[in-house]
Ligand binder design. Sequence first.
Ligand code: THU
Length: 135
Amino acid sequence: MDEELFEAARDVRLRAHAPYSNFLVGAALRTAAGTVHAGANVENAAYPEGWCAEPSAIAHMIAASVEKGARRIVALTCVADPIGGRPTTPCGGCRQRIAEFSGPDTLVHCLSPEGAGRTYTMAELLPGAFSMDKA
Ligand code: THU
């Protein structure tokens, strides 16, 4: 587990705007350049207009950087309450959003606010990911 990412995700989670679900999520990512960016879920009274914590963190990464390495996700930590005893994992849409800036070896740590959970690779979370990358 990456302590800096855990603390960033845990702290930003407490600033989530989630008055409809009351399900607070924080996400923090580390880039290949070593920078850390965090974000929380932002819900809306028109429910489908809300968005997840992961795209909030990705938007901060994009706003802060232009160099390729600074837009490459090497690890991402998601902090939320476990559901049914299982760690909360990124939703399907977020897996695709993370995949845009990561690779099969990118680590996704799914943790409770107490730090319990498990780590997945992107290859596990999104096998056969759609990509326009021809390399
Ligand atoms: N949520 C996230 O922020 N990330 C996920 O990966 C799963 C779900 C949010 C969306 C919504 O605000 C709340 O959790 C309940 O679905």
